[in-house]
Design a protein around this ligand. Sequence first.
Ligand code: PLP
Length: 416
Amino acid sequence: MISTQTQPTKLTFDVVKIRKDFPILSQQVHGKALVYLDNAATSQKPQVVIDSLVRYYTEFNSNVHRGVHLLSEQATKAYEESRVKVQRYINAKRSEEIIFTRGTTEGINLVAQSFGRANIHEGDEIIISGMEHHSNIVPWQMLCAEKKATLRVIPIDDNGEIILDEYVKLFNDKTRFAAYTHVSNALGTVNPIKHMIETAHAHNVPVLIDGAQAIPHLRIDVQELDYDFYVFSSHKMFGPTGIGVVYGKKSLLETMPPYQGGGDMIKSVTFEKTIYNDLPYKFEAGTPNIADTIAFGVAIDYLNSLDFEAIHDYEQELLEYATEKLSTVNGLTIIGTAREKAGVVSFTLDGIHPHDIGTILDTEGIAIRTGHHCAQLVMQRFCVPATARASFAFYNTKNEIDALVDGINKVKEIFS
Ligand SMILES: Cc1ncc(COP(=O)(O)O)c(C=O)c1O
C-alpha cells in the first residue's frame, strides 16, 4: 500500500543538517557557492518533496475521485490525505474547509469571484491595505468595476505599518468586505491581524487574509483568530508550485456559488440543470494538480518534523543580524522598519538602481529579488521606483548574510 506519510522526527534546530535536506543549496552559481536569499519569491524544496513527485509519476500516476482501479484509489487517498494534512497544519475544524487552488492568486480570485460577486453590490465598499501585493488588489478592483463598488485603502506610515486609527475610520454601513495581507512581501511588516479582524467582525464584515508570506514564518491557527478566509501557496512553504489553498469557514463556503464549472464539481448534470457537488469539490473543477498536492502534503510532514519555535527564533535572529549589518553600509536605506517583521529586508543604495545591485550580486552567486515585487503601490508610498530585497528561510545562515554585505560593498566599489 502506498503511503505518503514521512516519519516525523523531532529535531532540535541544526542549520548545517537542515541544509543537507535541500539539494539545490549545495550548488554553485557563476563558480560561486549559491547564496539563495529570494525565499519570499519562492522557497527551495527538500529532497523528500522532490522524491514524492518522482514517486507519484513512477508508481501511481492516475486520476482522482473517478477510477475504480487500484492506482486511482491510491492517488485519491494520497490527494485527500494532503487535504487533511493542510487542515491539521492550520487547525481548521473540517477538511471540507480546505479548497485546493493553483496558489494564493487563484485563491483570492476565487473568493472575489464567488463570495464577492454574490455579496457585493452597487455602492458597497471593500477595504484593502496600502501594502498589498497586486494579487490582493486587482481581483477586488475587477469586482468593484463590475459591481460599481468602491475600494477603500488603509494608509501605511513611514515605517511600513498600517495606521490603525485610519483603518477604523474606513468602516461605515456600506462596508461589505475586507482583504489584507498578514505579512508584507515588500516590507516584511507583520500586521496586527488579530486586532484588525476583531475590528472588522465588530462591524459584521468578513475578512480575507493573504497569508502567502506569513505561512512560511508564523504558526497559523485559523480557529484561534477566527479567520473567515485564509489564502496561501505551497511553493512559499517548501512545497511545489501550482498548488495553494483557500481556507474558508464552512458556513461561508456553503453559501458561495462555484467559481468555475466542469468535471468533479457536480453531482449531476442535465441540459436543464446542474446540481453542484458538496464542499470542497464544488470549488475544484477539473482534474486537479494531483502530484503537486501530494508533494505539498509531504512538505507539511517535513515542516512538522522540525521544531517550529526553534525555526522561528532562528529566522528572527537572521533578520536582526541582517538588519544590523546592512544598516552599517553607507548609503543603504532599509525600506520597511516596522516593529514586527518577518524574513524580509528591502533596501535601496544611493545612486545605484536595484537591478544593477541584483545583477552584480548574481555574479557573486547571490540571488536576491529586485524590482517592485508586485507591490507598485508600496514603491509609490516610499517614493522609490524599486528596491533590492533579501528574504530569508530557516536554511539561510549568518555567513550568507556576510556574503550579501560583502557583495553590496563590491557593488558600491564598481559604481564609485
Ligand atoms: C503577499 C503576497 N500575496 C500574494 C502572492 C501571490 O502568490 P502566488 O504567486 O503564489 O499566487 C505573493 C507572492 O509573492 C505574495 O507575496
